[in-house]
Design a protein around this ligand. Structure first.
Ligand SMILES: [Zn+2]
Length: 176
């Protein structure tokens, strides 16, 4: 199947009047901030986006997008592949009043002076928001195993009790 590149900028009112559907890719090279925030972006993002006018007469963009990234596990430091999938609904607003009146299901879409928005950046923003605050493997997949974890807990307890944990660790090593 041929993959179509998504448009960079879209004028939502015109797109909604024409009931445009986009299915396409956002090349991973065009997501520099996501690349910066992860160990790697593994695949181009795929997105499905629909523009329409809802029953209230509001212009709405509904979409979903997915990509695969690699994060660093905060427990073992190993690579952790993760599929990011985002779903969103936006409606364009021109001022704060419109933003406040927007139905809760919609996020505010701000347009530039040409009445367009930057679709690539919006998708990248959605992926950035979907990143976990702390990335960790599930226990069975993690490089740190049970014994090492209990040792880590023991060391932490010792640290709480004694003023010099390094001396304790030294004596533990000697005992071994
Ligand atoms: Zn891990």
């Amino acid at each position: 199947m041929q993959k179509v590149k998504l448009p960079v900028e879209v004028e939502p009112f015109r797109a909604a009047k024409r009931r445009l559907d986009y299915q396409g890719i956002l090349p991973k090279e065009q997501m520099p901030r996501l690349t910066e925030a992860t160990l790697a972006v593994e695949t181009d993002a795929e997105a499905w986006i629909r523009f329409e006018v809802d029953s209230q007469g509001l212009t709405v963009m509904t979409g979903t997008a997915t990509t695969e990234v690699v994060l660093e596990c905060q427990r073992c430091g190993g690579a952790m592949p993760l599929t990011l999938t985002v779903e969103f609904q936006y409606s364009p607003v021109f001022d704060e009043q419109q933003m406040e009146q927007l139905p809760e299901a919609y996020e505010a879409l701000e347009l530039n002076e040409n009445g367009e928005f930057h679709l690539h950046e919006l998708l990248e923003d959605e992926f950035l928001l979907a990143l976990p605050l702390i990335a960790k493997h599930s226990l069975e997949d993690c490089g740190i195993h049970t014994e090492e974890q209990s040792f880590g807990e023991l060391a932490a307890q010792v640290e709480d009790m004694k003023p010099n944990p390094f001396a304790i660790l030294q004596s533990l090593k000697k005992d071994n």
